[in-house]
Design a protein around this ligand. Sequence first.
Ligand code: ATP
Length: 302
Amino acid sequence: MTSRISLKSAAKINLYLEITGNRPDGYHDLVMVLQSIDLCDRLDIRKIGTDEIQVTCNNPEVPCDRTNLVYKAAALMQSVYPDIGGIEIAIDKQIPMGAGLAGGSSNAAAVLVGIDRLWELGLTQSQLCDFAAQLGSDIPFCVTGGTALATGRGEVLSPLPDLKDLVLVICKPRQIAIATAWAYQTFRSQGLLATSQVKNQNLSSQMVAAIASGGESTAVKLSRFLYNDLERVVLPAYPELHALKNRLLEQECLGAMMSGSGSTIFAIAADLDRAQKIAEAIQTDDIDVWVGKSLVRSIFDV
Ligand code: ATP
């Protein structure tokens, strides 16, 4: 039996995020369209002799204690499968934090998948998603990846047809990290649900239909239905992000939108050439920019 495994865990963007209700448990009812993208962290997972969980990361800003989602994922698996013993996890972090790209969530998903494979537990994807849902709302999607409609807290997933060649420009202002909890709490405290901009418009169904339509013009079609309710709280609080989105829209892109609770703003481009031009126009010392593509999964062997 092998004693180590190396996996890549992919970031995600939200092509669509609508808050449809306040839940009594403090969470929100959501309708989201999630998409894996080729901006990835690497995780080296190794069996060790002791019972400990050891986490290291190349980025000193990432907490390596029990608060790290990979630690929580490993601890959950240890509690259910006490025989698995100690685990060492080294994270090579490329996905920016506080970015709305679910970097931590995708790391946790990779640890669940990695432990399943290393210890040959034989878990189904549905069982892995059940564990993932105990750790966080975005984590089941990070187990399955690709393109999916997410409802409930975000953990109820329906796969959508793969978006194979969506070309993206991903922009993350270096100095702005946004706490997801703050964005949702502010949305709730400002009573923004009552002034929904999209209620009864069936915008999410139109987004899903655009994705299902397939063909070369899919990117053009879906770009019309990009939507994110959290822009209503984040963009007024961070005028620099609003300005960044407007700068992207001034470029020849198909659409631009904030991902999750920000601070990433992404643009969809017609092709790689155009994406490179947009990236060059947007890049400054304060903004990290990646040109990337959609992925059909989120966890990969290195
Ligand atoms: P989301 O899109 O899920 O809101 P995010 O892109 O805003 O996520 P993450 O990279 O998931 O941000 O990190 C948010 C916070 O979670 C970090 O500030 C960090 O303290 C904590 N964290 C816990 N585990 C990890 C991890 N493995 N990688 C990065 N951050 C982690």
